[in-house]
Design a protein around this ligand. Sequence first.
Ligand code: NAD
Length: 453
Amino acid sequence: MEIQEIVSNQKKFFKTQQTKNTTFRKMNLEKLKDLIIKNENLLYEAIAKDFGKSKFDTFTTEISFVINDINYYLKNLTSLSRPKKVSTNLVNQIGKSRIHSEPLGNILVIGAWNYPYQLSLSPIIAALAAGNCCILKPSEIAENTMKIMSKIINENFPSEYLYVYEGGIDETTELLKLKFDKIFFTGSTKVGKIVYKAAAEHLTPVTLELGGKSPAIISKEANLEIAAKRIVWGKFLNAGQTCVAPDYILVEKSVQEPFLQLLEKYIGKFNYQADSENYTKIINQKNFERLIKLIDKDKIYLGGNSNEEKLYIEPTILTNINWDDEVMQEEIFGPILPVLSFTDFNLALNEVLEHEKPLAAYLFTNNSEEKEKFMNTLSFGGGCINDVIMHLGNENLPFGGVGSSGIGNYHGKFGFETFSHQKAILEKATWGEPNIKYPPYSDKKFSWIRRFL
Ligand code: NAD
């Protein structure tokens, strides 16, 4: 069947109203959960083929994430779907006001390759929980994960409700010509703009989950040991191919040396050798070549070795970096960590402020004044104080960017709202009707209405 026909069938199916039934939604979420659990090993195998990601990392950062999402909605979707009563102002008496969350309708989710299961399935789960029909276009770059998701979903769900459409740029371009009720895109800022333009043609609302250069600021008042351990984990997880990985370090000059030594200690301890279970490959040759070009040999503090055949790049730390270096011109999205230093905390914040709003920002300090300044001065999607990445793991926090790092957010109730329309309803009594608002107008009525409004 052509994709146009599938999209058209999804529109027809949505109009049958079946997806609005919360029992129907829960049944399908349960079904998806069972399928994921039943096919867990196939999911591990596919991602290992794509970029050597271990079972451990796939479980912690993908499968458990997706299962937790389903469990969250199974538990909460009835209450999330319920109309919310709100108070009614004097002018609308005698009446009652409510907000009804209604599904938007037909959703297109476009996924990225770096966490192919989480970034494709989490939005789908939120969209289905909110009562929509969905087309998923996963990233073709992680080909095996795309194929396994397509097999599992397309063999088990009717295409008029949920369908995985395999393809790359050409197929996505075709899809973007069609009219959806919402497009949820995860990927680069560059492609985000293409999606936004295409969506504008149909006035389709978008959520854009994009990238950027996320800083980690290390104050002299930080617990350096903990900072180094958490940053090494977060930076080299998935070989740095994580949208919220710390992209670069801004460290207070007086603690730079001991901090660098601690980074080195944990990189050694965590054993990121080629072929190790603890480390993943670079996704493809194109990205490997792009990353190698960012390693300025004169600025290597640690690492810098690579193996093209294995698509392996060693965790690499660059020092004596400034904002003119090539590595500071774009999001790195790989295992290269440039370190810049500062002598004044306020100036460090100003440096971040001078650049595009990042998807994440991290501060390591035990000084409450610095924490306040960090939160009040910088604008970024979300972040942590004294940790990295883990804010994503709390479903009570919204996840999304701001400015060039994205539009909108999801996770937990925010995901439900992202795929819902908040319909406002005022229900009036049919008695107690004052005549004051109706013509013919008079000075007396005007004087009353002035007092009233
Ligand atoms: P990408 O933008 O290259 O691709 C994303 C999706 O867009 C893919 O499905 C791809 O097929 C499609 N696509 C690519 N080029 C297209 C075009 N010209 N027209 C239409 N569709 C096109 O991104 P990527 O390489 O998969 O992921 C890396 C980027 O995504 C990084 O910038 C990273 O920070 C960002 N990212 C953001 C998040 C987030 O949640 N905010 C998560 C992961 C990755």
